[in-house]
Design a protein. Structure first.
Length: 149
C-alpha cells in the first residue's frame, strides 16, 4: 500500500562521501517501487549549500528525506544534523543517519540532535540493499512526510 498520494517523485538528499556507497544506494533506489529523485552531495559544506540553496544549488528542491553519513569531509554529519534541526525552514525534514559507526556515543548524540533514526550500514551487499529497501518501504510508503513546499 502506497501512502504517498500526490504521485510526485520523492526528493531524497544523500549526504555520502564514499563513491561505492553512493552507487549502491542509487542502484537500490532505482530498483525500488517509489519514484524518487536522489540528489547526492559528498561533504558537509556541500550538504548545507544544497539545503540552504546556496550556489550552485539555488534551484535545488527541499528534500522530503535526508540520508546522512556521520563521517564526512569538511563538516561532519553531527554538525550538519545540528544545523538542520536548529534551522526552522528545514528542521522538519526527516533525517536518517546511515553510517558505518556502531558506537553508542554516536547513536545517543544523533538522537540527542533529533535524528529520526540511526542505521548502521551493513558490509554485506545483499544486506545493504535490504536496508535501503526497508528505508524506502518505511519512509516513502508508510510514513506521512511533511509537505516541504
Amino acid at each position: 500500500m502506497d501512502f504517498h498520494d500526490s504521485g510526485d517523485p520523492i526528493d531524497i538528499l544523500l549526504v555520502e562521501d564514499n563513491p561505492g556507497d553512493v552507487r549502491l544506494t542509487q542502484e537500490a533506489f532505482k530498483a525500488g517501487k517509489i519514484r524518487n529523485n536522489l540528489y547526492v552531495v559528498r561533504d558537509g559544506v556541500e550538504a548545507l549549500d544544497f539545503l540552504y540553496r546556496k550556489a550552485p544549488y539555488e534551484t535545488a528542491p527541499v528534500p522530503d528525506l535526508i540520508l546522512l553519513d556521520l563521517n564526512l569531509p569538511k563538516l561532519d554529519g553531527r554538525e550538519i544534523l545540528e544545523k538542520i534541526k536548529s534551522h526552522d525552514p528545514i528542521r522538519r525534514i526527516p533525517v536518517v543517519v546511515l553510517t558505518t559507526s556502531k558506537a553508542d556515543e554516536d547513536v545517543i548524540r544523533s538522537y540527542n540532535l533529533h535524528a529520526n533514526c540511526f542505521i548502521t550500514k551493513p558490509i554485506d551487499l545483499d544486506e545493504f540493499f535490504r536496508v535501503i529497501r526497508a528505508i524506502e518501504n518505511f519512509w516513502l510508503t508508510v510514513v506521512k512526510l511533511p509537505n516541504q513546499s
